[in-house]
Design a protein around this ligand. Structure first.
Ligand code: IMP
Length: 435
């Protein structure tokens, strides 16, 4: 059974979009299965740069079916903007885009709640959400009373449902933020009726479509959004997103049996970044962090916030590779490390004088974790033209070798720049040498 998945092993922004784009060539179907427009995927094709939040980057390859499965939360205006942007640039969006009728819909009350709740965190650090209404929409999904799925758009009851929800939301928003402008149910119902009409041709039962792919052994690629350390159950809770962004989210979000996915590719940056609040043991709030941010252009695709930058954390990443059942690793942005005075990798944490290599389950322990670093030789050469491992300086090969050893998985892709061609297909070290 030929399902594959691409999973970010850090806090998101691992350049998964580029890898998905490359792997799409070998697949007939590409599936987004969790998250929403909090994600930002950048794909560079020649001189063209495409930034997508909801539509899988597979849309750029003719003949590939793109599925937005039921585990995703949909912001209709964003998806329609993406469709319009793609069509303007000559990309076909028609029968090749399927959106699940089970997917939950983001409404203006969700974005309002996201803003009010994140700003009013009293006990210290805010989560620093993307304010796209993701958490509140997932909360309503679980709560059920105030949820709307895309399939509900095509039932007569939608306007009445919106009216009832808006009445309740206006009360709760006013309690949280006295004086807040009330939402207008009729205007929202009109706006969303237009979205419903525009999206209708794409809305189907994607679970049934994907189960047919499973039965017929079709090559399907599952594209994770965010990174595993932001997983609501297994990440750095509560500084996480609201979905299962680690490998375990595929089956639940897409509605396919877990064993359909036979190849799990973990994506890492050659260093670490995080955007928003929460502990980040290897953070370099200093010249090194600034150099990484400048060289890696580390600013959020969605919010443009500067990303926090630091050294590679093998404790955190080995943990997420294990959760995701990761078979092989893609190392992205290796070119960003050129010219640093030295390189460090965190191989353990010291917590209250104890050395640990298991990732702590409680955020307080993670806050006290002092990274134990190993120093590696750096390189000055520009590696962005490398196309084979033998084009890389020995220090870069040694760095990749060490990552592979610490993660106990082979490195199968190395990215040295944003373009499709700036990729080394590797088997490094040979998988057999890890056995
Ligand atoms: P939310 O997903 O908007 O609720 O944000 C929760 C946390 O996840 C915040 O720290 C965000 O910065 C982070 N986050 C959400 N989506 C992404 C992403 O695609 N890349 C990196 N961080 C993200």
């Amino acid at each position: 059974m030929p399902g594959s998945c691409v999973i970010g092993l850090q806090w998101g922004d691992e350049a998964k979009g580029k890898l998905v784009d490359l792997l799409t060539e070998q697949h007939e179907v590409v599936v987004r299965y969790q998250g929403g427009a909090n994600a930002g995927h950048t794909v560079v094709v020649g001189d063209e740069i495409y930034k997508l939040s909801l539509i899988p980057s597979g849309i750029l390859r003719p003949g590939v079916k793109c599925v937005i499965a039921g585990g995703v939360v949909i912001h209709p205006a964003t998806i329609l903007e993406e469709i319009a942007m793609l069509r303007d640039r000559g990309v076909e969006v028609g029968e090749n885009l399927l959106i699940s009728d089970r997917a939950h819909v983001i409404f203006p009350w969700h974005t309002a709640e996201d803003r009010v709740l994140d700003e009013s965190t009293a006990d210290g650090e805010n989560i620093g959400t993307t304010q796209r209404g993701i958490g509140p929409c997932y909360r309503d999904k679980v709560g059920r009373a105030h949820a709307v799925r895309l399939g509900d758009f095509y039932r007569d009851s939608l306007a009445g449902r919106i009216e009832r929800i808006v009445a309740a939301k206006n009360e709760s928003l006013a309690a949280l933020r006295p004086g807040i402008e009330p939402l207008d149910a009729a205007a929202i119902a009109r706006e969303y009726a237009e979205y419903a009409a525009e999206l209708e041709r794409h809305v189907v039962d994607t679970t049934s479509f994907l189960l047919d792919c499973v039965d017929r052994d079709r090559p399907v690629l599952f594209e994770g959004a965010q990174g595993s350390l932001l997983d609501v159950d297994h990440g750095t809770y509560p500084f996480v997103t609201s979905s299962n962004s680690s490998g375990i989210g595929v089956a639940a979000g897409a509605g396919v049996p877990p064993r359909f996915v036979q190849r799990a590719i973990g994506v890492i940056k050659a260093y670490s970044t995080r955007v928003g609040g929460g502990p980040f043991p290897t953070e370099q709030d200093n010249d090194i962090g600034r150099q990484l941010r400048d060289q890696g252009n580390e600013y959020g695709t969605v919010t443009r916030r500067p990303r926090r930058c630091g050294w590679f954390d093998a404790v955190a990443t080995r943990y997420t590779a294990r959760i995701g059942g990761i078979d092989e690793v893609a190392v992205m942005l290796l070119d960003v490390l050129s010219g640093l005075p030295e390189l460090k990798i965190c191989t353990a944490y010291e917590i209250d004088g104890r050395r640990v290599t298991d990732f702590p389950s409680h955020v307080d322990d993670l806050r006290r974790a002092v990274p134990v670093f190993e120093t590696l030789e750096s390189w000055d050469e520009d590696v962005s033209g490398a196309r084979e491992l033998s084009d890389l300086p020995p220090a870069a090969c040694a760095y990749l070798d060490r990552l592979s050893e610490l993660l106990e998985r082979p490195v199968s892709f190395v990215s040295v720049g944003p373009e499709r061609a700036q990729t080394i297909i590797a088997n490094f070290p040979a998988a057999a040498s890890l056995a």
